[in-house]
Write a protein that binds this ligand. Structure first.
Ligand code: GAL
Length: 697
């Protein structure tokens, strides 16, 4: 018998007065709010006999799908020989999809250059960290600065735009696939990197200065001597050079995508959107840099043999995945969708379990709860051949029988239609929910810099951020992941986890935010370095000291079996991954104290009021995150904000008049739905893998 979890604090949600929200983004025009979330599916017509296409599209329509995603990876079919294009097959597929009321997302096929291209232009493949050039036989290994690859890309993308840019059946475009910026050490990348550096530094003296090339006599006489730093060849590569190489690599991907968008736009109607599908938590590329796209979507595979909460967690899925992606991708352009969502068992994980019954429906509702405009499934048919054997689809190997995931998609498609009938355009976000609106400040450059010199193998940059995500969501707060250009004042609470690289301007912006009434939470490692990766000439973490009202005296790291202890309000918590040791200035309060090691009694977390707001510094990363969760609750409480207390993996969000609760936890949980609410799906006792949807009347 599974134990029933009861949130210790019951949150009553009260609909109240109007709270202003930001104006709609331009990309909102593609997705009328009343449509809520559109449901779609991937199809590769070129994989199947044409005699089956009509049947397949017909069955998609019957299952409730509203759009279909096609043309991805089909370069060899679009351009079977250099300069000879064949779109007749795709014309027929698009027309058949339209016949079955499916809108079409078309793709640029750039991750899969045909064999003729590879044979004639071998330099169109990147050279990896291993120093070896990739070759034809897979996908996504192209040299994004290679002139031939770019010339041929421009031509096929332009042909696609000319052919389908005005076709009313085509809803929008996906560029490439999961752009993930593998570092390229090939000849074209080397030239492009030097040009990038020249544009950034103008003179080689400036580059020498910023990279600190006096160290180990790395000094350059001209840009032509600079090579992309390769940590797998060289011991102790310069962290400053590497940081720039990572920035360059992410910029190359973004430039490639922005440029593809501009090629399409020569011919596409403004009614067609242009997006791409980043891997949800991609570390190498930076989705925010593809700023010429209408919006950015993401891909998501929650059950891949790890993560989850409790004994069934491996089937319920990685509980932070959709929660983070919703919060990260939507603020970029105000609109997002999940372009690929797992349909069932996959084939690429170390161990590929069956997802829990019903959990695919739950993921879809979680996507809905995060405000997504569409959710698309990878893929309609389970493949019978090719590299993705064993990967489920919406229909099984017979091509017609829906898989368990297929039936769940169909159910959500039906539920979405029912929900549209209930949609009230006048519904306003509840004021107490909006009041605790929280942001995480995130910059991939911190990730790149930390991960090269983590200082301890126990440090996990994503895991550190997810810990705060979890604390914020357990408090029932709406969350957005934002960048430094955002208006911080939109958020009552702002968390900057492990914000290692900064400048004084950012510290001033944080200070203004706090003085105006914001509640800032900074965490371990924050402010250690300048933007170029140098330490500050001055005391440790110098620029943040006046703001946090404390000295960061030093940090300590314990071994795997280390039993660091930190205490707060009479409770003790274990730690070993990271401990910033703090010395509060007068007027700053200590929230947590190291309880052992040679610095026992020193502060591990501090709090101070400043202007109308507050600054909390949490310098310790505990073993299980309970302390961080408690401290975050304390921040909300002191800010006068009502919070919930949901168990790990339970998310409750409001969207367009509907409350949605989902449960990735292996145990059922009782959700405090206020009396008088109308329950649309599910029950107050929310089972694992289940969904509860209600609205206030
Ligand atoms: C994704 C990829 C898809 C497909 C899928 C299989 O990462 O974008 O093309 O390979 O994985 O799960």
């Amino acid at each position: 018998m599974k134990k029933l979890l009861r949130p210790s604090c019951v949150l009553l949600i009260i609909l109240s007065s109007y709270v202003p929200v930001r104006p709609q983004s331009p990309a909102a025009r593609f997705f009328p709010t009343k449509d809520l979330m559109r449901i779609g599916v991937y199809y590769y017509p070129e994989h199947w006999p044409e005699s089956q296409w009509d049947r397949d599209f017909g069955n998609m329509e019957k299952l409730g799908f509203e759009f279909v995603h096609m043309g991805e990876f089909a370069w060899a079919f679009m351009e079977p020989e250099e300069g000879k294009f064949d779109f007749a097959w795709l014309d027929r597929a698009v027309a058949l999809a339209a016949k079955h009321n499916l809108k079409v997302i078309l793709c640029t096929p750039t991750p899969t250059p045909p064999a003729w291209l590879a044979e004639k232009y071998p330099n169109s493949f990147l050279v990896g960290e291993d120093g070896r050039r990739r070759e034809h036989g897979s996908r996504g290994n192209n040299a994004l600065a290679d002139a031939d690859y770019l010339r041929l890309t421009e031509r096929v993308v332009n042909e696609l735009g000319r052919r389908y840019g005005k076709n009313p059946a085509v809803w929008g475009w996906q560029l490439d696939n999961e752009p993930n910026s593998p570092p390229d050490y090939g000849p074209s990348a080397q030239v492009a990197f030097r040009e990038w550096l020249l544009a950034k530094y103008k003179t080689v003296e400036a580059l020498n200065q910023e990279w600190g090339t006096a160290f180990w006599s790395l000094k350059y006489n001209d840009f032509g001597q600079v090579r992309p730093p390769n940590p797998s060849f060289l011991y102790g590569v310069s962290p400053h050079a590497l940081l720039d190489f990572r920035r360059f690599t992410a910029d190359q991907t973004a430039k490639f995508l922005n440029w593809q968008a501009s090629i399409l736009r020569r011919n596409t109607s403004p009614a067609q959107f242009i997006t791409t599908n980043y891997i949800s938590t991609i570390g190498s590329s930076d989705p925010r840099r593809s700023n010429e796209l209408d919006f950015i979507s993401y891909t998501m595979y929650p059950v891949g043999g790890g993560g989850g909460v409790g004994e069934d967690g491996f089937r319920l899925g990685w509980q932070h995945g959709i929660a983070w992606a919703n919060a990260f991708y939507k603020p970029i352009k105000g609109v997002t969708g999940v372009m690929e969502l797992q349909p069932g068992q996959v084939n690429w994980a170390r161990i590929n379990p069956q997802p829990a019954p019903g959990v695919i429906r739950m993921w879809l509702w979680h996507a809905f709860a995060g405000g997504l405009s569409f959710a698309c499934n990878y893929r309609y048919r389970q493949p019978l051949y090719g590299s993705e054997l064993y990967h489920y689809g919406i229909v099984n190997t017979d091509g017609v029988t829906p898989s368990p995931g297929g039936l769940q998609y169909s159910q959500v498609a039906r539920e979405m239609r029912e929900l549209r009938a209930k949609f009230d355009p006048a519904a306003k976000p509840p004021a107490d929910y909006l009041a605790r609106r929280t942001a995480i400040l995130w910059n991939h450059e911190n990730l790149w810099n930390i991960d090269y010199q983590r200082q301890t193998a126990l440090w996990d940059t994503w895991g550190h951020a997810f810990r705060y995500l979890e604390a914020i969501k357990s408090a029932g707060a709406p969350l957005e992941v934002i960048d430094e250009a955002a208006d911080f004042n939109q958020y009552k609470v702002l968390v900057a986890p492990a914000y290692q690289l900064l400048d004084e301007e950012l510290v001033r912006k944080w200070t203004r935010y706090v003085e105006a009434g914001g509640h800032l939470v900074l965490t371990a490692r924050t402010g250690q370095k300048r933007r170029n990766g140098w330490l500050w000439e001055g005391p440790w973490a110098a620029p943040i000291r006046p703001l946090i009202g404390a000295e960061v005296s030093f940090f300590d790291l314990l071994l795997e079996n280390g039993n660091g202890e930190v205490s707060s309000k009479g409770a003790t918590y274990g730690w070993n991954a990271w401990g910033d040791v703090l010395k509060p200035y007068e007027g700053t309060e200590t929230l947590a104290t190291y309880a052992n090691q040679f610095y026992a009694g020193a502060a591990a977390a501090t709090y101070r009021r400043l202007g109308k707001g507050s600054v909390t510094y949490i310098g310790v990363h505990t073993k299980d995150g309970r302390l961080e969760k408690e401290l975050m609750r304390e921040v909300y409480r002191r800010a006068g904000l009502a919070v919930a207390d949901y168990p790990a993996g339970v998310y409750v969000d409001w969207r367009d008049g509907f409350w949605v609760a989902v449960n990735y936890n292996s145990k059922p949980v009782e959700i405090a739905v206020p009396p008088g609410a109308e329950i649309l799906y599910g029950a107050r006792q929310l089972k694992p893998a289940d969904v509860l949807v209600w609205r206030q009347r």
